[in-house]
Design a protein around this ligand. Sequence first.
Ligand code: AMP
Length: 186
Amino acid sequence: MNEQIKRGSINMIGPRVKALLLEADASFLITDEKVAYVQDNHPASHAFLILSQAGYSKIPVLDQDNKFKGFISLNHLTKAMFTVDGIDPDRLSEVCVADLMDQDAEILVLPLDIEDILHELVDHPFLPVVDEAGYFKGIVTRREVLKAVNHLMHSLEQRYELIQIEEEAPQLLAWLQEAQEKEKEQ
Ligand code: AMP
């Protein structure tokens, strides 16, 4: 089953950091028309072709209505080719993508939330993005997010004067804690 990701509001990214993160690209989304994918009812040999041509080891699987269904990887296809006597590539013509794909996928649902993206990309090199009805809208990749983090790292101290709260401004820490308490109560 695909699992929609949702989190609470503790330890939120501050508004200025968030603004810098989103400055270069407000969504991180690689839209569906730029994504290499395969259809679940296609033969596995077709997935092999697409994966080899795109140069990726794993791509999304969609159904005929463009709804996200899971992932297919080179690993799935290699396993399917194994026989007791060795490797038989013809076996990929005998099964379809749906027989081999991984349906246990984390998905992101529009509108995208940067907190969810950052948490989930720790464990996944990319995540599929769908709308509320499950239609595939694209992917978010580590590369796109790292570009934004790079921008943040280089611009933060050029744009803001940072004060170390614990050592130099304890009153700011108290103010921050108070603000967080108020936010939790709302
Ligand atoms: P990256 O962070 O760009 O290295 O991408 C991480 C992973 O996301 C790749 O290894 C692919 O599995 C997947 N990916 C990235 N871009 C695409 C794309 N345009 N189409 C399909 N899959 C992609």
